[in-house]
Write a protein that binds this ligand. Structure first.
Ligand SMILES: Cc1cc2nc3c(=O)[nH]c(=O)nc-3n(C[C@H](O)[C@H](O)[C@H](O)COP(=O)(O)O)c2cc1C
Ligand SMILES: [Fe+2]
Ligand SMILES: [Fe+2]
Length: 400
């Protein structure tokens, strides 16, 4: 995409990625894409804020060149060292050897570790400023949003906060880069939540700390390093992030994630009865087949909803593996404070139940009465399954 001026002398020079299948090598974005937003402040001194993944590097350099000659660049401000933002750094440094890299002390250490760069580095501390001419930027240390070295850059006067990973989302930009140009906010919010839970959720406490730290700063534009630039309503994405971070310690909203898997259909037959019971009670329900759904898409529901029903048969004395993998990722993402139960079919001595209990122990979830049956469910089993679903839904509705 060509550069886009977001304020006089301040340009978006990002890269729209519709090529990568897995963000961080893990999270599917084949359908959705993602953007790596970078910015150029064109003053007496020329500074780039954030860079891009090493992808279409020639286009990236061309974009800069449309505004200033590359040799005129003075600073590259590295808010965050993750290679989705620093990937083009080594090439840029070779093209413009004199450019000064600005970052925190930890960034300096990582520059050597990741790229062997040890010179022309300016270390900044929390609150430091850098004069660019008519404009001045200020740096705020925001450790662990997303890595320990992370900071944010604030353009004084204009009130633009370059927030890096914070306030970002999946989803390649669709022409317009601004929130007021977004015509499908439902999609964007969903993808921003999926990004939040996949990437940032573990760091929810640092996110809330950063939001609190910057709460008195006059911000007119939030310019993150992924997704929309917020100029009409920057408060909206801050509120969403605050809400999502709140789930880290909270009980979650009334609703049930029904996660299941099946080898030969017995557990699935029961799943339909259990789902019927939950919906009879009018409690919102998300159903995921762990065999076909990437955990990336399941995590947002687990993160936000109070109840978790796991339907999984016994496989080799343990929980059906595709379901176990999702629960293991729930542990990695530190999803806490959930009320959970299990149902499933077994053939002889079972074992799924036991492994489920050890997951629940590890996750520190509360467990309610489980429900197992042998082989194919009888009509009576199915009636019990429906009652089991309804009882669980009532429990979720009543839990405070
Ligand atoms: C590969 C495989 C391994 C199994 N391992 C066990 C086991 O260790 N213990 C047990 O009680 N049942 C075991 N079973 C039996 C299943 O739990 C039983 O067939 C159940 O009805 C499968 O439910 P589903 O139709 O939802 O896949 C196994 C079945 C398969 C196909
Ligand atoms: Fe990151
Ligand atoms: Fe990122």
């Amino acid at each position: 995409m060509p550069p886009i001026e977001i304020r006089p002398g301040v340009h978006w020079i990002g890269v729209n990625d519709r090529t990568t299948d897995l963000f961080e090598g893990l999270w599917p974005i084949t359908q959705e894409g993602v953007s790596y937003n970078a910015y150029l402040i064109n003053d007496e001194k020329k500074a780039i804020v954030d860079l891009s993944k090493s992808l279409k590097t020639d286009d990236f350099l061309d974009q800069i060149h449309q505004i200033v000659d590359l040799s005129e660049l003075n600073y590259v401000i590295v808010n965050h060292m993750e290679p989705d933002h620093s990937g083009v750094l080594r090439t840029l440094r070779r093209v413009v050897p004199g450019v000064t890299i600005v970052g925190t002390q930890k960034t300096k250490e990582m520059l050597e570790g990741f790229y062997g760069i040890t010179d022309h580095i300016q270390v900044v501390e929390d609150g430091d400023t850098l004069a660019l001419g008519d404009r001045t930027v200020r740096f705020f240390s925001t450790p662990f949003v997303h890595w320990p070295e992370t900071m944010m850059t604030y353009l004084e006067g204009e009130g633009i906060l370059f927030s890096c990973d914070a306030f970002g989302g999946y989803g390649a930009l669709r022409g317009g880069i601004f929130d007021d140009q977004c015509t499908d906010f439902g999609f964007y919010e969903k993808e921003a939540l999926r990004y939040y839970v996949n990437i940032v959720a573990v760091f929810s406490r640092p996110v809330l700390k950063a939001i609190d730290k910057l709460k008195d700063l006059p911000v007119s534009i939030i310019a993150p390093s992924h997704g929309l630039v917020w100029r009409e309503n920057p408060g909206r994405i801050v509120e969403l992030y605050q809400e999502w971070a709140g789930y880290a310690g909270g009980p979650g909203e009334i609703g049930v994630t029904l996660l299941y898997g099946t080898m030969y259909g017995n557990t699935e037959e029961m799943m339909n009865a259990v789902a019927q019971g939950v919906s009879d009670e009018g409690v919102p329900l998300d159903i995921f087949d762990a065999r076909h759904t990437h955990v990336s898409y399941i995590l947002p529901s687990l993160w936000t909803r109070r109840g978790v029903i796991v339907g999984a048969p016994t496989y080799e004395g343990a929980l059906f593996p595709p379901v176990a993998q999702v629960l293991s990722m729930a542990g990695t993402k530190r999803i806490r404070n959930r009320i959970a139960t299990h149902f499933g079919s077994y053939g002889w001595s079972g074992g799924a139940q036991r492994e489920f209990e050890s997951f629940v122990d590890e996750l520190k979830w509360e467990m309610t009465e489980p429900f197992e049956f042998r082989g194919g469910p009888t009509d009576d089993d199915l009636r019990r399954g429906e009652a089991f679903g309804a009882a669980f839904a009532r429990r979720i509705r009543e839990a405070v």
